[in-house]
Design a protein around this ligand. Sequence first.
Ligand code: DGL
Length: 187
Amino acid sequence: SFKVSAIGVFDSGVGGLTVAREIIRQLPGENIIYFGDTARVPYGIKSPQTVIRFSIENILFLLKHDVKLICVACNTASSFALPVIRNNFRVPIIGVITPGAREAVYASQNKRIGVIGTKGTIKSRTYETEIKQLDPKVKVTAVACPLFVPFVEEGWLSGEVVLSVARKYLKPLKDAGVDTVILGCTH
Ligand code: DGL
C-alpha cells in the first residue's frame, strides 16, 4: 500500500504542540507525528550531554515511524543538540533558534532584543550568537525563566502566582528597554 511519510516534531513536553499547530496551519496536507517527552521533561535544567542523548533517542524514535523531516520544536534541544547531531542523520533536521532570531532582528526598531528561555537555552547563548551574526549592533538581554515550564505542564496559564513570577522574570527586559522579546521556549 502507498504510505506518505510524515513530518516528525519533538519537544520535551506538550509546549511544542504550538509548533506542530503552526506546521499544520502552513502545510495542511502533511501528516505530523508529534513526540512529547513528558516522561523526562524538563530538559532546560539538564546537562548538554543529557539533552543531546535524549534528542538522539527522540530522533531515532521518530525515524522508526518513517518521517521525512524532523523539526526540533524544543529550544533547549535546538540549542544543545542540533549543532552536534544535524549532519548525522539521513533526514533534514531543523530547529527553532535561527527563525526566531531572524524574526526578532526584523521586528526590532531600537535594536534591543530580549530573550526568555530555559536555563540551558540562555546559558548556551545560541540566540545571542544568531542575532549578533545577523546584526552585530543589537543589544541582547537574555533571562532564564525555568518556572514557566512546570506552570505550563500543569495548565497554570493565569492567576496571581503566574503573574508575579512573570513580573519578576521580565523586569530586566523592561529595564533594558527592549522593544522585541523572543519567547525562546515552547512553554
Ligand atoms: N521545551 C523546552 C524548550 O523549548 C522547555 C521545557 C523544558 O525545560 O523541557 O526550551
